[in-house]
Design a protein around this ligand. Structure first.
Ligand code: NZQ
Ligand code: ZN
Length: 388
């Protein structure tokens, strides 16, 4: 196991009817900006409930944060934070609204050009760069990204998606009420399952470092998703299945299974280009890219792929190669069983677009991906060709 530091200050309030915690954890004298997306939280009445729980606090609303939140939209909200003297933000939504709120928090008081904040990649933004942030909490409406308990955001700008990381960007608290997610369309639930699955494997199917706790926690999350996935897609109001999905999604990307282990993230980086170029949902891009990454990188990932086959899918018969083949097939079939297509051609993207995707990877400096940095542009091209 590698040396590691671990820090996560986000309070979690999990379960039914937890909105009353807003009153306890938003300062009484705060002027609050409520951020939300395209309207689902308005329609469901959630915003009204949130406002009721804010009592007499002064409230300003900012709606319209789009999926894959855009820099320009977020800068409008940052302007409101300054003009209205906002001192607390409450994000009500999925990963896009929460990520967008993290960026609003970082950008509002930033003295330079806020596009600077998009240029650091995975290098964290420190308090020397951003001297003041606006504290924020979240009410999660979509289990997928883990953004409710981590310090990352992904922001769309021009033709790219840019990771933004900062210890200043942890939510102060997040309310995780599974019943709030009952209104999700089937496809978003399926996307969330795939996103959670691939977050887990990005930190697990790499190479062994004898991190037994992290491995078994990752295997626990994957097995939970396999166990509840079909049920929670088919029965949106099955509380127990949905509760297990919600907590899996948070646990997959709150930093706990990441400690002391190598991490991959190639699938996410290639997937981000597919979203930026073709507007394919984040979860769907992962379902396209991940089975192909496993095929192409099976040599490097061999030991962990075998462990995955045996412990997650309980594959005990056959040669090592047969076990790996079956595990990759079962992974693809699992995504497809949720209603997510796993071939890029099924999303209307023609093979002649591969060079364009590779060009974008190059433009964004993504030329040495994976846990060892050996996914060059040539290897990414092979992964994409294999995903058709
Ligand atoms: O905008 P509204 O009207 O709210 O509708 C949303 C949106 O259309 C809808 N929705 C959300 N909750 C709902 C609901 N509809 C009905 N009932 C509800 N309860 O769902 C649609 C998708 O929402 P979005 O927030 O975009 O989805 P998701 O949570 O999957 O977030 C995706 C974004 O997160 C980034 C992705 O790149 C993408 O931009 N990621 C963030 C990460 C992080 N911060 O750690 C890691 C991830 O790997 C990911 O990259
Ligand atoms: Zn993801």
């Amino acid at each position: 196991m590698y040396n590691f530091d671990f820090y996560n200050p986000t309070r979690i309030f999990f379960g039914k009817d937890r909105l009353d915690t807003i009153d306890k954890f938003v300062p009484v004298d705060a002027k609050v900006l409520i951020t939300f997306g395209g309207g689902s939280a308005k329609k469901s009445g959630l915003i009204d409930k949130v406002k009721a729980n804010l009592g007499n606090r002064r409230v300003v609303e900012f709606g319209g944060i789009e999926p894959n939140p855009r820099y320009e939209t977020l800068m409008k909200a940052a302007g409101i934070v300054i003009n209205e003297n906002i001192d607390f933000i409450l994000a009500v939504g999925g990963g896009s609204v929460i990520d967008g709120t993290k960026f609003i928090s970082l950008a509002s008081h930033y003295q330079g050009n806020a596009t600077d904040l998009l240029k650091q990649g995975f290098r964290p933004i420190t308090s020397e760069v951003v001297k003041k942030v606006v504290p924020f909490g979240t009410v999660l409406t979509l289990p997928a990204t883990g953004s409710e308990m981590n310090n990352g955001a992904v922001i769309s700008y021009e033709h790219g998606k840019f990771p933004v990381m900062s210890e200043l960007a942890f939510p102060q608290f997040s309310i995780l009420d599974p019943t709030v997610t009952f209104s999700l369309p089937r496809i978003q639930v399926a996307n969330g399952i795939v996103d959670t699955f691939v977050h887990t494997t990005e930190q697990y199917i790499t190479f062994p470092v004898d991190a037994k706790v992290q491995d078994r926690m990752a295997e626990g999350i994957l097995q939970t998703l396999i166990e509840v996935g079909a049920t929670t897609v088919a029965e949106p109001e099955n509380y127990d299945a949905r509760a297990n999905l919600v907590w899996s999604a948070t646990m997959a990307l709150n930093g706990i299974i990441a400690v002391g282990v190598p991490q991959d993230w190639a699938t996410h980086m290639i997937g981000h280009e597919l979203t930026a170029l073709f507007g394919i949902d984040h979860g769907q891009t992962l379902a396209i890219v991940y089975p192909s990454v496993l095929e192409v990188m099976r040599g490097q990932k061999r030991a962990k792929l075998l462990q995955y086959a045996e412990r997650v899918w309980h594959i005990t018969l056959g040669s090592d190669d047969e076990k790996i083949d079956l595990a990759i097939r079962k992974t693809r079939e699992f995504f497809e069983s949720l209603g997510i297509k796993t071939r890029i051609s099924e999303y209307g993207v023609a093979a002649d677009k591969i060079p364009v995707i590779v060009e974008q990877l190059k433009a964004h400096g993504l030329t040495a991906l994976s846990e060892t940095g050996n996914i060059t542009l040539e290897v990414s091209q092979k992964i994409l060709e294999n995903a058709f």
